[in-house]
Design a protein around this ligand. Structure first.
Ligand code: FAD
Ligand code: NAP
Length: 534
């Protein structure tokens, strides 16, 4: 059984069918797409180039799909996923509009018993959680939220029917990646746009553009090489797109440093973050790129006071996920857009007619919450997942998520996480990481069937060691010091833990391969209802 029909669930369905298993998928949404089904807000698009942010498992699929832009928009990505579902005849095994509420491991039978919100109970040998890292959207508990009489939207639950905001007074709360995209798209459309910003974002240019026929032909012809390069890149993105400079930012003169930033800025995208080897590890090095980006903001925004509000100052570059875009700052040069710094003038709550800060009341016809997600663990913890002895996974994770390889959880046999916490997941090209996980899990199941064993789970010792490894890798970096969703700081009461493997995609893939080559070291195997074998 697979839960979720986004990129992860669809590939799991396809690949596990190939192993000869019968597979059933439950999906809460009414169609395939996951992130790209739910996040239909104006301006939504990927920030990994389309040619990399796409499946590699089928050469025919690669050759028949024509990406129209360097960074595809949400409608195009959703069309692509729908095409994949049709092409590989995936929908026949997916039950839509159905949410998995509980899953209990029956130790006697060695099966997962699963309950869905339509009251159905069903069971499966293996349970694959392809529930997404960013799939539980979150609206903060603003007082008076139910009093507001206007329209409200969350970017991560944008309606599928058209939304007409033309001429309206619209407020956007949040300036992370979703906020940046929706603000850029709404600014020219709406009557008045008021942006409520608590923390400004570091934004890199994407220089998005259409892909012409010659470029398309060239890109398709070089796909195999591109995918091989992706496997060598720290982010699962080809090295030519993310060339890594092995020098320290502090080992070169200021002139050389700025020249390197400028050169990469002109190329655009995530390659800027690879300008020097120590940007994410050394505060002095990080300060240099942060200051470079701050100057870019000051150059672009006409009103100096607004520019200073848009400049991030209180956290290191990259420790909250940077956004991509070129026209965001132009929004603030428009007469119909104003920026409210809600750190200086905090939001008190919503009112019947709008939003109140400590100093001002803003009348609004609509409010867009670009306030993010209960990331990495929120969706899994919303399900009553019970492993051996009836233990709830959310209790096992009460001090932060515990996994082995980000794939398995001790005491939860035959349960597999796709891009789970403790894997490189959200700090990579997610489709690359999804494919790597699905392949690895399918191969493990094939191996188990060949060995005649039925139940697999990580040992507690292997899980402990992995949890320490994730923390140790993070502690060498600048990430843990920042209040970000990477550490769960955006959700009140969530335990603080850095949830991503920081060693890079190739090192992680090697760890997974080494585990497999050693007969799945760190996992123990048993027959259903029997004691653990090894
Ligand atoms: P999802 O796409 O989140 O799918 C999970 C599915 O599981 C959902 O459809 C959900 O409804 C379903 N589900 C969850 N719980 C249950 C349940 N209990 N019962 C039934 N169904 C359930 N990553 C990148 O690498 N590059 C990008 O450019 C990029 N852009 C992004 C833009 C946005 C706006 C967002 C929010 C994320 C972006 N990401 C990006 C991350 C993105 O989430 C992944 O790239 C990828 O789409 C995740 O696929 P998935 O199948 O793992 O999860
Ligand atoms: P996010 O990064 O968590 O941003 C949420 C924003 O809402 C932040 O600016 C946050 O401010 C603000 N906020 C939250 N609670 C608030 C409150 N009570 N009052 C005022 N402001 C509040 O969420 P997101 O923008 O949806 O992005 C989440 C992730 O999805 C991204 O990091 C990325 O991985 C992915 N994504 C990718 C793309 C893309 O370009 N392809 C687009 C969208 C999303 P603080 O920072 O102060 O908390």
């Amino acid at each position: 059984m697979v839960v979720g029909a986004g990129f992860g669930g669809l590939y799991a369905l396809h690949r596990l069918r190939e192993t000869g298993l019968s597979v059933r998928v439950f999906e809460a949404g009414s169609d395939v797409g996951g992130t790209w089904f739910w996040n239909r807000y104006p301006g939504a698009r990927c920030d990994v180039e389309s040619f990399d942010y796409s499946y590699s498992f089928s050469e025919e699929l690669q050759q028949e799909w024509d990406w129209s832009e360097r960074y595809a928009s949400q409608p195009e990505i959703l069309r692509y996923i729908e095409h994949v579902a049709d092409r590989f005849d995936l929908r026949r095994d997916i039950t839509f509009d159905t949410r998995v509420q509980a899953a209990t491991f029956d130790e006697a039978q060695g099966r997962w018993l699963v309950e869905t919100d339509d009251g159905e109970q069903t069971s499966a040998t293996y349970l694959v959680m392809a529930t997404g890292c960013l799939s539980s959207s979150r609206i903060p508990d603003f007082p008076g939220i139910e009093d507001f009489q206007g329209q409200t939207f969350h970017t991560g639950r944008w309606p599928s029917e058209p939304v007409d905001l033309e001429g309206k007074r619209v407020g956007v709360i949040g300036t992370g990646s979703s906020g940046v995209q929706v603000i850029t798209a709404l600014a020219p459309q709406v009557g008045e746009l008021t942006v409520f910003q608590r923390t400004p974002t570091y934004i890199l240019p994407d220089w998005n553009r259409p892909v012409g026929p010659d470029e398309l032909r060239e890109l398709k012809a070089t796909y195999p090489q591109r995918r091989r390069e992706a496997a060598k890149g720290a982010l699962g993105i080809p090295i030519p797109v993310t060339p890594f400079n092995k020098q320290s930012a502090m080992a070169v003169s200021e002139q050389e440093r700025v020249a390197e930033y400028e050169r990469r800025w002109r190329i655009g995208g995530v390659c800027v973050g690879f300008s020097f080897k120590d940007l994410m590890f050394d505060k002095d090095a990080n300060d240099t790129i942060a200051e470079f980006i701050r100057d870019k903001i000051r150059e672009r925004v006409e009103d100096p006071e607004t520019a200073e509000k848009l400049v991030p100052t209180d956290y290191a570059y990259g420790t909250k996920r940077p956004s991509l875009g070129v026209h965001y700052y132009d929004s603030y040069n428009r007469d119909n857009v104003r920026l409210v710094d809600v750190r200086a003038d905090p939001i008190v709550g919503l009112t019947r007619n709008g939003l109140r800060t400590e100093n001002t009341e803003y009348e609004l016809d609509a409010i867009v919450f670009a306030t993010g997600f209960d990331a990495m663990t929120g969706t899994l913890n919303a399900i009553d997942i019970r492993g051996r002895g009836g233990r709830l996974m959310r209790e096992h994770w009460s001090a932060g998520p515990r996994t082995y390889l980000g794939i398995g959880v001790s005491g939860f046999p035959n349960l597999f996480l796709i891009t789970g916490p403790g894997s490189p997941s959200v700090l990579t090209n997610m489709i690359f990481s999804i494919e790597q996980h699905v392949r690895w899990i399918a191969e493990l199941i094939e191996w188990m069937r060949a060995e005649g064993t039925e139940v697999v789970e990580p040992t507690e010792a292997a899980e402990d060691e992995w949890v320490h490894k994730i923390a140790a890798l993070a502690d060498r970096s600048l990430y843990p010091a920042t209040d970000s969703w990477f550490v769960g700081a955006n959700v009140p009461g969530k335990p603080r833990a850095f949830m991503v493997y920081l060693g890079g995609a190739p090192a992680y893939a090697k760890e997974c391969q080494d585990v497999a080559d050693a007969g799945y070291a760190g996992f123990e195997f048993s027959r259903a209802g029997a004691a653990v074998l090894s």
